[in-house]
Design a protein around this ligand. Structure first.
Ligand code: SF4
Ligand code: SF4
Length: 506
């Protein structure tokens, strides 16, 4: 740790947020995180620096007293800062434009065998039976709809360009050779900015409709051994097209598998022929479980799933061998007005608590705010707050076009442009929001961890992404506070002057 001058005055950072928790307080830096619990004595010691106080550098570096250990931790977290800030200024550190890519989203197929009511895909390609055998499911069966009337009012997308990509017959499935070429290009782009670890995410539509291309990518890139970086894999799938063979291959490459499924009683995820998709999904999950794959169930808490979203999803996950449920909370701002922010938080929280009691964690876009806040300056390491599309992600379509995310409507360019893609004004517009939120967020207690509403929804409503949809802010702040208030001592770093825990300190 580097301190300043021999005798320096320190003061409590203006960015400190304090939340009382019984006989302790939770404290964190609202831009950098470092969530910590303090007992009454530690809290008093911190408060003593409300006005600048001198600390001798020598005692700071050499004393093993509990008090000096505490001070070192408070300074490390920037809860205490020099009263004349220089290099500890968090805002200054975030002013340079970081162009690092950490997530490569490969859109394997713009088609699906399900007809979910709320999916980005909206109207899908030609109907396909979920009973189709895997051997018959390849790109030749991902057939374009004959004629599409572009009606942006009836789509979650905000641009004609995006809509056209969605239904262009030449943009239905990624050829295996293209998947390899595009991934090589994307890895080169990431490496050009010093990135040494990426996540390749197989996405769709239903990506498993294009198993051949997924297999080609896994076989070619493995864990990145030949490409001088670490590659992790994930997939978002409806879970209906797994076989034993595929489950084994996923286990080999450790593909984190997010299976979308709302609730055992939900009618919102029918097959294209209208039949209940549950038996098909359960069958797929059994294959994955057999080979100990890492499975998360993806559920949605939206206007259309409100009545079915309950503890049964936890029971289902447990039975399926999934220890995590990713919950997508409705990105439509009217959801918060119609159902009430408090009601939404309470409904979600009661399922979170039930999950905790049964060994299943509920996560999601909203939960990442809390996760990021737990560490110190996590955003500068992982490259994004809770929305990777803000500069950290390339979403590559079958025809090589690049958007920031499957949910986004702004074309960034072509993957063949290589590093040049990072010079495009559209990419820069996204990357500028990686750490710096719109002006509206200045001073918000979760500014350093919250990227606001999903940018796809912002584009749809406002036609731009450098804006805030304020109707969701109370939900993000409220659910984060619930997580903080549920903390027990030593769940996170706990700095008690009566009992300094050596294990818990960073
Ligand atoms: S979007 Fe809202 S909740 Fe999130 S940081 Fe900005 S003001 Fe805060
Ligand atoms: S744009 Fe939306 S779906 Fe995509 S990474 Fe951001 S929050 Fe997630």
């Amino acid at each position: 740790m580097e301190y300043v001058d021999i005798e320096t005055k320190y003061v409590v950072s203006k960015e400190l947020v304090e939340i009382p928790l019984g006989n302790r307080i939770a404290v964190y830096h609202r831009l950098l995180g470092g969530l910590t619990l303090l007992d009454a004595d530690s809290s008093e010691a911190l408060k003593a620096f409300t006005l600048p106080q001198t600390i001798q550098q020598e005692s700071l570096e050499e004393s093993d007293s509990r008090y000096h250990q505490l001070l070192r931790q408070l300074i490390l977290r920037q809860f205490l800062i020099p009263s004349t800030p220089q290099k500890h200024d968090a805002q200054a550190a975030s002013s340079f434009l970081n162009k690092q890519i950490h997530v490569i989203q490969l859109v394997m197929a713009n088609a699906c065998n399900f007809g979910c009511k709320y999916c980005f895909e909206g109207i899908q390609g030609k109907e396909m039976s979920a009973e189709s055998e895997m051997s018959k499911v390849d790109e030749s069966r991902i057939i374009a709809r004959d004629s599409i009337q572009i009606n942006l009012n009836d789509s979650m997308y905000a641009s004609t360009t995006r809509f056209e990509h969605q239904f262009d017959p030449k943009n239905r499935a990624m050829k295996p050779s293209d998947a390899i070429k595009y991934t090589e290009n994307a890895l080169d782009i990431a490496k050009s900015q010093g990135v040494n670890e990426v996540m390749i995410q197989f996405f769709g539509g239903e990506p498993m409709l294009n198993w051949k291309a997924i297999r080609a990518v896994l076989d070619r890139f493995n864990r990145g051994e030949n490409d001088e970086l670490i590659i992790n894999y994930s997939i978002v799938t409806n879970g209906s097209l797994f076989t034993d063979e595929i489950a084994q291959i996923f286990a080999k490459y450790e593909v984190a598998t997010c299976v979308s499924f709302d609730s055992p009683t939900s009618p919102n995820r029918p097959l294209k022929n209208g039949d209940d998709s549950t038996p098909t999904v359960v069958n797929g999950l059994q294959h994955l479980k057999k080979y100990n794959n890492r499975i998360a169930i993806n559920a949605a808490l939206t206007s259309s799933t409100w009545h079915e979203f309950d503890n049964s999803i936890v029971d289902f996950a447990k039975k399926a061998g999934a220890s995590e449920i990713g919950v997508i909370v409705d990105f439509d701002p009217t959801f918060y007005a119609n159902f009430g922010t408090e009601n939404i938080i309470n409904k979600l929280w009661s399922v979170i608590e039930y999950g905790r009691d049964h060994g299943v964690i509920l996560t999601g876009y909203w939960h990442q705010i809390f996760q990021v806040m737990l560490g110190l300056d996590v955003v500068s390491h992982r490259g994004f707050k809770n929305c990777s599309a803000k500069g950290a992600q390339l979403s590559i379509e079958p025809n090589g076009s690049v958007f920031s995310c499957k949910a986004g409507s702004t074309l960034l360019g072509k993957i063949s442009e290589g590093e040049g893609l990072l010079q495009s004004q559209n990419y820069i517009g996204h990357a500028e929001l990686r750490t710096n939120n719109p002006e509206y967020c200045r001073g918000c207690e979760i500014e350093g961890f919250c990227g606001g509403l999903c940018l796809g929804s912002l584009e749809k409503k406002f036609g731009e992404i450098n804006v805030v949809e304020d109707s969701v802010c109370d939900f993000y702040r409220g659910i984060t506070k619930k997580h903080i208030e549920a903390l027990q001592p030593f769940d996170v770093a706990t700095l008690d002057l009566g009992h300094v825990d050596e294990e818990a300190v960073v």
